[in-house]
Design a protein around this ligand. Structure first.
Ligand code: NAD
Length: 290
């Protein structure tokens, strides 16, 4: 397939490379002039998408997606697939899909989980929203870039799944970290705490697969001085998106709201650029009243 790939950043570049290595003809474009291994570079967005059968975008946020989508829609051939894999607000995803479909494109919003490691290794999970036809055209590409994709529903459903998942992740990571901080002060060893909780009703992905305490459980960013992994800044972005969505549809999300407040403060207090599990040493330095 001829694929135009827009946004060759930390995630987009390895994803584009995996498509090229699987035999697709990939041509990439990024305003910052970044490139990707085995991927041809276009001198303009129009050149990347003008004769593409599929266009994939991997961009920072909804405002940038909306601007890029207007150019993509103007330049792409009718019938082409437009798959946006960025994490953006549900409203932007739906607006872009409506405009793309009106111009005769097949639109799918397909944010990912799995981070930079998953993008390089081709092991991402895709959560997709859009028509059955659009998903059917996109699925073989998701299979190359990832190990699992789920068709979640109509346009916006992929973004909805992503922000709901990450709202759970933010809240459970904080709960896991504050429990370790409490256990420390109660004199309970972290090793024993892990042994109990990871096989008891408090278990979660944050505890079992991504333990925030160094030297405990499987290898995680805590073992690498909290180098991200998944940065606290990206967690803050996703928690902001989930609160924006909750406000838009009048949903009660008190834990999500508190998780947003805590990650916002953590990032302001120096957590920027650290893995989101560095909430553990941050909370460990505080007392009961802050
Ligand atoms: P990034 O900042 O490394 O990459 C984004 C790229 O888009 C940059 O290279 C930038 O130059 C380019 N860009 C910006 N405006 C553009 C334009 N108008 N035209 C063309 N290119 C443009 O970000 P990333 O880490 O690759 O993340 C991309 C998306 O994936 C984000 O929405 C992020 O929330 C999501 N995501 C990231 C991770 C992660 O671990 N990094 C995990 C899951 C989801």
């Amino acid at each position: 397939m001829k694929i135009g790939f827009i946004g060759l950043g930390n995630m987009g570049a390895p994803m584009a490379t995996n498509l090229a290595n699987a035999g697709h003809e990939v041509i990439g474009f990024d305003v910052a002039g970044t490139t990707a291994d085995n991927v041809a570079v276009a001198s303009s967005l129009e050149q990347a998408v003008g004769s593409a059968e599929a266009i994939i975008t991997m961009l920072p946020n909804g405002a940038i997606l909306r601007a890029v989508a207007a150019d993509v829609i103007a330049a792409a051939p009718k019938g082409a697939l437009f798959a946006d894999c960025s994490t953006v607000d549900v409203a932007s995803a739906r607006a872009v899909a409506t405009d793309a479909e009106a111009a005769g494109l097949l639109a799918v919003d397909a944010p990912v989980s799995g981070g930079v490691g998953g993008a390089s290794g081709g092991t991402l999970t895709f959560m997709a929203g859009g028509s059955a036809d659009a998903y059917a055209k996109a699925e073989p590409l998701f299979e190359i870039m990832g190990q699992k994709s789920v068709h979640c529903g109509d346009s916006g459903a992929g973004q909805a799944a992503k922000i709901c998942n990450n709202m759970i992740l933010g809240a459970t990571m904080i709960a896991t970290c504050e429990s370790f901080a409490l256990a420390d002060k109660l004199g309970l060893s972290r090793e024993k705490m892990f042994d109990v909780v990871s096989t008891s009703s408090g278990y979660s992905w944050s505890m079992n697969a991504y333990c925030p305490a160094p030297g405990i459980g499987p290898q995680s960013p805590a073992d690498n001085d909290y180098q991200p992994g998944f940065s606290s800044d990206l967690m803050l972005k996703d928690l902001n998106l989930s609160q924006q969505a909750a406000e838009d549809v009048d949903a009660a999300t008190p834990m999500g709201a508190l998780a947003l407040k805590l990650y916002d403060q953590f990032v302001k207090d120096g957590g920027t650029g650290q893995d989101f599990s560095a909430m553990l040493p941050y909370l460990g330095k505080q007392g009961h009243d802050g």
